[in-house]
Design a protein around this ligand. Sequence first.
Ligand code: PDD
Length: 287
Amino acid sequence: MSRFAYVNGRFKRHSAATVSIEDRGMQFADGVYEVVGVHHGKLFGMEDHLNRLERSLSSLQIPMPMSRKALSLLFERIKRKNLIENGAIYLQITRGIAPRNHLFPTNCRPSIILTALRRDAYDKEKVLQGTKVITLPDLRWKRCDIKSISLLPNVLAKEEAKGKGALEAWLIDDQDLVTEGTSSNAWIVTQEGELITRYLGNEILGGITRKVLLKISQAGKLKITERAFSKEEAYQAKEAFLTSTGTFIRPVVQIDDHKIGDGKTGALTKELLDWYETYLNEESDGT
Ligand code: PDD
C-alpha cells in the first residue's frame, strides 16, 4: 500500500517526499517534533500533544505555523490517507529554509512535515515478558523538556543499549540520579509499594503517557511521588517500567546486571497496564 507524507502544504508519496538541503532542521537540528499515537483509528492525547508542541516552539522562538485546529485536521488527514488503525503520526516543525547562518533568519516560514507509521496491534503477552534496560551517563543538553529534533546523544545511547541486548538506556545525571530513557520516561516501585517517577524539570521530557498514567494512578488512589531516584535505588526496586507513546507501559525486569524483583513483570505494573489499556479503549470509543 502507498504511504503518504505531508511536506510544506502538499501531500506526497512517502518515498518521493523531500526537504531542502537548506532546511534549518537539516543544517542545525533547529526544530521540534511530536509523536502522536493512533489507537483503534483514533489520535490519542491530541490536546496534550498540541500543548507540548506550542511550549517547545515558543521555547525556541519558532512561531506556531498554523492554528491548532488546522494542525489537528492535518493529523486526521495523514492518518486517513495512510489508513492507520494502530500506529503513530510524526510531526516535525523546523525554523524553515534559509542560507546557512547560525543567526535566526528573517522572513523565514517554518517547515512542516507529517508522516505516518503503522504498527501491529499491541501484543500484551509479549509486553508482559518484560525487558532489560542499561544505564549510561546523560550526555544531553540542559533543556530536555523541549522536544527538540536534536537527538544525537539519545541515538548513541539507544544503539549502545541494543548492542547490550536492552530495549532502552536509562540516563544518569551527575548526582547518580536517573533522568529518563532515551525515548521514554522511567518509573520504579519501591519495596514499600510507592510509585516513583522523576519530577518535571529541564532534565526530562514531560511525557504524555507519563501524564496519563499519573492521572490514572491518582484516580486509583496509589501512593505516587514525583521525585528523582538513584541508580542504586532502581537496582533495589520491587518493580520498574518505562512509558512512551510507542511502548505504552513496558515492564523492566533487569537494569544492567541487576534483576528487578523476582525478574518478572511486577503485580502493580500489570495492574497499571490493565488500567492504561482500559483508559485507551475508553478514550478511543465511539469514533
Ligand atoms: N519519545 N522522554 C523522551 C526523551 C522521549 O523522547 C519520549 C518520547 C518520552 C515519552 O513521551 P510520550 O509519553 O509523550 O511519548 C520521554 C517519542 C515517542 C520518540 O522520540 O519517538
